[in-house]
Design a protein around this ligand. Sequence first.
Ligand SMILES: C[S@@+](CC[C@H](N)C(=O)[O-])C[C@H]1O[C@@H](n2cnc3c(N)ncnc32)[C@H](O)[C@@H]1O
Length: 278
Amino acid sequence: MIPFSDIPDMTTVQFDRFAKLIHERAGIHLKEHKITLLSNRIRKRLRTLNMKDYDEYYQFLQNDKGNEMVHFLEVVTTNESYFWRTTQNYDALKTHVLPEVLKQYRGQELKLWSAGCSTGEEPYNLAIELIESMRKVGFFNFRIVATDISTRVVQFAQEGRYTGRKIEKIPPEILKRYFKPLTDDPEVFEVRDDIKKKIEFRVENLFQSTPSGMHVIFCRNVMIYFKREEQKVLVDRFHRALLPGGYLFIGHAESLQMLNTDFRTISTPLGILYRKEG
Ligand SMILES: C[S@@+](CC[C@H](N)C(=O)[O-])C[C@H]1O[C@@H](n2cnc3c(N)ncnc32)[C@H](O)[C@@H]1O
């Protein structure tokens, strides 16, 4: 394997070419100050492939007929996620959204989409919260579609096994109720099979996938990577994917304020909600 230090730093010209490719393939806008990060991450890939510089790798990607584009996109996306992340969103779902949507779509199966689901914490968390909410609002059917551009994270999500920081915020009684520790490694907890069955995981690019008939969409901590024009394209796609009266949840650092969208904003003590009118 070529030593790490033998691979030179990435030049700005090389960075621009990779950044353009990343933008074309994933819609992700990499700012110039990310050059060291990108350089280091691709450097690891070069070592695995025994290549000596970034130009060679760029050429290889251009001629790629196999899986390298998948690896490349995995190198550049950030997949940080954990259970019980920004719980305000789940609380708002339970207190404001569910009673209203269940009334409007009485007797129908609820469809939710976790868009940019990463390693699966968000869709599993959603499934658990929905089941928990049935103690209050009564039984209803639901299913969740969970998509991400990265094959690696979707495979991880399907396994449904978590440990450490990813599960440390889960209340102990919930952990006990919905997860089981592995017999050979009790520090690792696996999501119950019946919860797994509620979720359909798919590898999909948000700018190409077209789910429809959704009651609720969670797309949190994803739009932050995109430029404003792409955010607008995406939010318009979400609007089309939702049924009238459906809701979009975004990350706490994200906003639709400047995007001029068709969503109605509703201020609640649990934050701003975005509703498709109807
Ligand atoms: C920081 S994670 C967010 C995970 C989860 N939503 C949460 O808030 O915990 C962002 C995810 O968006 C995915 N992503 C980025 N661009 C994407 C695209 N164009 N299509 C689908 N997923 C994308 C990344 O692969 C990554 O897993």
